[in-house]
Design a binder for this molecule. Sequence first.
Ligand SMILES: Nc1nc2c(ncn2[C@@H]2O[C@H](COP(=O)(O)OP(=O)(O)OP(=O)(O)O)[C@@H](O)[C@H]2O)c(=O)[nH]1
Length: 611
Amino acid sequence: MADQSKIRNFSIIAHIDHGKSTLADRILELTETVADRDMQDQLLDSMELERERGITIKSQAVRVYFDADDGETYMFHLIDTPGHVDFTYEVSRSLQACEGALLVVDASQGVEAQTLANTYLAVDAGLEIIPCLNKIDLPGAEPERVGAEVADLLGEDADSILRISGKTGEGVEAVLNQLVKTVPAPGGDRDAPARALIFDSEFDQYRGVVAYIRVVDGVFKKGDKITAMAAGTEADVDELGIFSPQMVPINELGPGEVGYVITGIKDVMLLRVGDTITHRAQVRGQGEKLVPAQEPLPGYREIKPMVFCGLFPTDNAQYPDMRDALEKLSLNDAALAWEPETSDALGFGFRIGFLGLLHMDIVRERLEREYDLDLIATMPSVGFELELHDGTIQEIHSPSAYPDPTFIKEVREPYVKIHILTPTEYVGTTMELCQDKRGEHQGMQYISADRVQLTYDVPLGEIVLDFFDQLKSRTRGYASLDYEPIGLRASDLVKLDILLSGEPVDALSLLVHRTKAQEMGKKFTEKLKEKIPRQMFDVPIQAAIGGRILARETVKAYRKDVTAKLYGGDISRKRKLLEKQKAGKKRMKQVGRVEVPQEAFLAVLELGDDK
Ligand SMILES: Nc1nc2c(ncn2[C@@H]2O[C@H](COP(=O)(O)OP(=O)(O)OP(=O)(O)O)[C@@H](O)[C@H]2O)c(=O)[nH]1
């Protein structure tokens, strides 16, 4: 039986790349949770993609034991969280399972947008926050300046903020001792009806849903009959355990403990993240009477996809495989939404909803890599709401689903509140960018003498494409961005059609603001001209609204064989070139008579590059 007063549950929160995972590695080492020979960098980033990209996607929850300076041994549950804005929902979920948060701030960078956003989430969740300045081993570290920023943010004394290096391990032990002192032991009543929060879940091919739980009251044991209160699911506990960091079965989980439950249930919807599990009425062991809890724990808000794109197998025969792959991926990724989509140009595929562009990139890469699919992606777009003259409300996730405008009374698009942190010298150029993206200025606040937070309300559609890249290039990489949805607003949007050889290509159409249609049409046709290779005939590229042509470019027919410019004799070079051509063709799609490469479907993402 775990001594509740010796438990400490905490998350590590930080802006992306400020060093959460590296610090978690040091903690695992220091507490000898992982034998030296098994130690590898970013141990908790278990997905192959996470390691490769050096980012954390899924939360993790590890139990470690720490021998503190007070001579006692403490049981820590460390919950590593993702830092990217796409995965904010994972952070808020994990925080519900904790009493404390280690706030890691890169001492060479300072407070960034997600430092603020995650700090606010932790404050909202009522957590004790322990700030630390990381990467002090770097020559560029400025602990004085950054310490002052953090002190200002939290209303603390700058001198008391710990300075550490996740890389060398310096100061890490002090942080853990600090944690023991300031983070409260979990409350919760061992004798009350049992309640545990499902804060994450995973799908195991053989064992079904593995629910990550934080027990609040009571004790769960193997064999207990349980129920998930919101879903009404009934099940028996097949196995209980902890993460160490691999799964280790144990006999019971009591108040304050974090671990997993396996019930053999195969459907993630039946054991949903955010649900509360409790006992069904039963008698356990030597006559111990168990009763169900009356009130569930506070759950989470539903997450909604923000960005949509079409994914089509290059080879239509792969369609069933793709459906299969999506079903499997969804088991592990509750945020993924999808429905079948048919395109005249691309055939059968799926319209998929994501949390953001990074999420989209990751899903696409996983589909291709883990399921061996060859995909064509169409332009990302947001979801729109239409009110028609006959009073019906329609939600559309794809420009090609846009009806005849004469039926439409009002178009509404999602807006977000964005917070940008930038050095003062880039305020002008940042404001210009926000205005260019139809942003409405909401406020400006100094974080320190030379850093400012700007707040704007902006249509999500304007920022999902290339906003972040443009912001980074305008501020030489110094600005950071965070956003939160604030609902739908009416907008004057029109559908921009793209025609190749006179035929509209549904997969290339866009919804744009009327004032931007002309410029967008011009830039887009120019970009497509670069992307579409020469064919045997001239290919006119046109941008149009309704029947009105706004812009036109032409890809001229090619006259020469590509190999003609090589000397006649050099066969190997010629073969190489032909092979290269063939490889390039792989991701081509025949649209009417025209061969269109993958990049053309995403060309709109590059429109901001010329600025
Ligand atoms: N010099 C130095 N580099 C560090 C330190 N801590 C982390 N890094 C480096 O900073 C980069 C980011 O570290 P991560 O631990 O992956 O950052 P993270 O916050 O977990 O990033 P996400 O999981 O993507 O949110 C890596 O290249 C680390 O090697 C440190 O104390 N000193």
